[in-house]
Design a protein around this ligand. Structure first.
Ligand SMILES: [Zn+2]
Length: 270
């Protein structure tokens, strides 16, 4: 088995000096090829890393890296051949993303919602599934994205953008992400849920935990305006869909446990 390598881009990572993502003109976000999209993703990821603070909390870093590593190890080619990179942002947003070419971003805020390694695996499995199911590619090639305003930029910067918290050039740099960070369609979300469950189960995480995760997310949405992850489908529908997959995914999980893949990723903080 070809185990994927997960590079952890971290804390002490120096800021990338010339993070020169050039502002993309309006209506010009059409990606011609996977290679082009991956290059765009790579520069966007670098822009994020140089714009948002990276977490310095060792326990959180180890926990997220452990879960991400386990999920990534279960991917199939060509995704198993990628050197996946992970960045953990010291940011309160309840958010996470994955990008073509093998980039995973997790915001510390998500750790407030995920109660254990199983729920975090549900998040990471879901985000990676958007990449392996080529949702980003589909969306990016669908049409030119027009009339992108500062609100859209604020969306991609998530709750972290508080008007003036970032310089204009930083925001424009992150604007390259627009083709990737706009909301997915409902059918893409459902597919990412299903594929994500399979990944987590194969990696030895209990697929039933995805239900708890989305219930936590729904409870949170009642208290505050929805952010990126929660622009996803209506909680009731989503939870029903997830439960409908248990018949298929629980045997996968049981097999993973029988194969000795039980997760040893543990939250070590309160
Ligand atoms: Zn999604």
């Amino acid at each position: 088995m070809c185990r994927s390598k997960l590079l952890i881009s971290l804390v002490f990572a120096t800021f990338i000096a010339s993070c020169s993502t050039s502002p993309t003109g309006r209506g010009q976000l059409i990606f011609k090829s996977d290679a082009e999209l991956e290059a765009q993703a790579a520069s966007t990821f670098n822009a994020y890393r140089s714009t948002l603070p990276l977490t310095t909390d060792r326990a959180k870093i180890d926990f997220v890296a452990c879960v991400a590593q386990a999920v990534v190890a279960e991917l199939h080619p060509p995704y198993s051949d990628i050197e996946w990179e992970l960045a953990i942002f010291a940011d309160k947003q309840v958010n996470a993303f994955a990008m073509p070419g093998g980039k995973i971003g997790v915001y510390e805020g998500i750790l407030e919602i995920t109660e254990d390694e199983h729920q975090l695996a549900a998040v990471i499995g879901h985000e990676i599934a958007h990449v392996t199911a080529r949702h980003v590619n589909e969306r990016a090639s669908r049409a030119a994205i027009t009339s992108i305003g500062i609100e859209a930029l604020a969306v991609i910067m998530g709750g972290g953008y508080t008007g003036g918290a970032y310089t204009a050039s930083q925001v424009m740099g992150a604007g390259a992400a627009l083709g990737m960070q706009l909301p997915m369609s409902r059918s893409q979300e459902t597919e990412a849920d299903i594929v994500g469950l399979e990944y987590m189960a194969k990696a030895g995480f209990d697929p039933r935990a995805a239900v708890d995760l989305w219930q936590n997310m729904a409870a949170m949405d009642k208290k505050q305006p929805p952010e990126h992850l929660s622009t996803h489908p209506a909680p009731k529908t989503r939870i029903e869909n997830l439960i409908s997959q248990w018949q298929k995914t629980l045997p996968i999980y049981n097999q993973a446990i029988a194969d000795g893949k039980e997760s040893n990723c543990k939250k070590t903080w309160e």
